[in-house]
Design a protein around this ligand. Structure first.
Ligand SMILES: NC(=O)c1ccc[n+]([C@@H]2O[C@H](COP(=O)([O-])OP(=O)(O)OC[C@H]3O[C@@H](n4cnc5c(N)ncnc54)[C@H](O)[C@@H]3O)[C@@H](O)[C@H]2O)c1
Length: 404
């Protein structure tokens, strides 16, 4: 009988009192019992870090991430953290991620992974050298019906792809919230903390990743019109981007944070020569598929044996019981945990397959862990950089490279 895999001992950087996404990471990490949060350096000052840790009842609350790295590295190996989640504003991702990767720790980092491609490339190289598991929380790829959409495209059901449309509409930055002491708006409006992209970095990077994951195509060239619509703002809060994917497939990406009334309205349409599919994050348990000359189909999460293995594996409760954001986020965590345990097992056994116990005996799935990697993170950074360069050049076509 399968044992429960031992939870991965997790540390967290960022996500202190009053923060947004850190709490979501904690819920997602806990959902499947595959992580145990044991340490953290949760805020930007030592006092707030320790106080935030105490609020969570954290056993090892450190003042700074450097202190956490130092102290954890010298602990008994059976107790020290095995992975760290980085949920700070964007400018801190790189120094923290690099230090932990170089210390041989696994990393889960929020997006955008870094603020420029030089950092992203350095991180890719460091991950390759150390062999650690590095996941980026492009959490929208964790929805079962996003996995199903990817399977449908790969199966050829839509025929040859023709056009991909990704929209991400939010309205919360329609006024200068950053001037009103809003913590999340404050750093997002500051290029020194957010990087060179505003909406294009904050939500456009999710959109790029969703399109690339579902279609298997990468944006090769783009032409961007980025605007700070709200007067006085330095970074774009509205982005309209024409895309050319691998093989000449056309696309459009719209990312706006000034769309009054819009909440977290991420939408994907993929059009092919034999059909199209449509998915919305605010209605994530339904996938609409139109096949040429056939009635419209609405696929539902856990809707039956017509769903592929990846979608089925990502669903936790029977159909009709809504699953959502936390479960999709937890998919990234579950797969990262799986990858960490597989790597460890492989190292102990001298390579996967040479051990006499199967992954399922250890409570691990036999499927290859599927999570957004450091390379996905680097591609997202290159996308943001290309969009900003296009705008700076007068909305010209720019190739999406890996840095200037
Ligand atoms: N994947 C998603 O859906 C998603 C959603 C929201 C935000 N994000 C990303 O998550 C990150 C955090 O965003 P947020 O909205 O939660 O921001 P936030 O401002 O709410 O939280 C940031 C936290 O980091 C802490 N922090 C800052 N500097 C630190 C340091 N040196 N050491 C330790 N802690 C430090 C702050 O004190 C705060 O607790 C950003 O990179 C953002 O792009 C991702």
């Amino acid at each position: 009988m399968a044992k429960n895999p031992t939870p991965v001992r997790l540390g967290m950087v960022g996500g202190g009192s009053g923060a947004f996404i850190g709490a979501v990471h904690r819920m997602a990490a806990r959902l499947d019992g595959r992580f145990e949060l044991v340490a953290g350096a949760l805020s930007s000052t030592p006092e707030r870090s320790v106080a935030s840790g105490a609020e969570l009842g954290l056993r090892r609350a450190y003042g700074t991430w450097e202190e956490m790295l130092q102290a954890e590295s010298t602990r008994d190996p059976a107790e020290r953290i095995e992975a760290v989640s980085i949920v700070t504003p964007n400018h801190m991702h790189y120094p923290v991620a690099l230090a932990f990767v170089e210390a041989g720790l696994n990393v889960i980092c929020d997006k955008p992974m870094t603020v420029d491609s030089n950092q992203a490339r350095a991180l890719e190289a460091a991950v390759a050298a150390s062999g650690v598991v590095f996941g980026v929380t492009y959490n929208y790829t964790g929805y079962p019906l996003v996995k199903e959409a990817r399977r449908l495209v790969a199966s050829g059901a839509l025929g040859e792809l023709r056009k991909v449309v990704i929209e991400y509409h939010q309205g919360w930055l329609a006024t200068r919230l950053e001037e009103d002491g809003n913590k999340q708006a404050g750093w997002r409006a500051d290029p020194a903390l957010a990087g060179t992209g505003g909406a294009i970095g904050d939500i456009g990077s999710h959109a790029e990743n969703l399109a690339a994951t579902v279609t298997g195509l990468h944006v090769e060239e783009l032409c961007a019109d980025l605007t700070p619509v709200v007067p006085g703002r330095r970074l774009d809060d509205d982005a309209n981007v024409l895309l050319r994917f691998t093989g000449g497939v056309k696309g459009v990406l719209v990312a706006s944070q000034v769309a009054i009334g819009a909440e977290n309205d991420l939408r994907l349409t993929v059009n092919g020569s034999r059909g199209s599919l449509h998915w919305r994050q605010e209605d994530p348990n339904r996938l609409v598929v139109h096949l040429l000359n056939a009635p419209t189909q609405v696929l539902t999460r856990a809707g039956g044996p017509y769903l592929g293995a990846a979608a089925a594996a990502a669903t936790r409760i029977p159909s009709g019981h809504p699953e959502g954001f936390i479960e999709a986020f937890a998919e990234v965590y579950r797969n990262v945990a799986e990858a960490i345990r597989l790597r460890e097992r492989s190292a102990n056994a001298g390579g996967m397959g040479s051990d006499d116990a199967s992954p399922s005996d250890a409570g691990l799935s036999s499927a290859v862990p599927d999570y957004p990697s450091v390379n996905d993170g680097a591609r997202g950074v290159a996308f943001i950089e290309a969009a900003v360069a296009s705008q700076a050049g007068g909305s010209v076509w720019v190739k999406v490279g890996r840095g200037a």
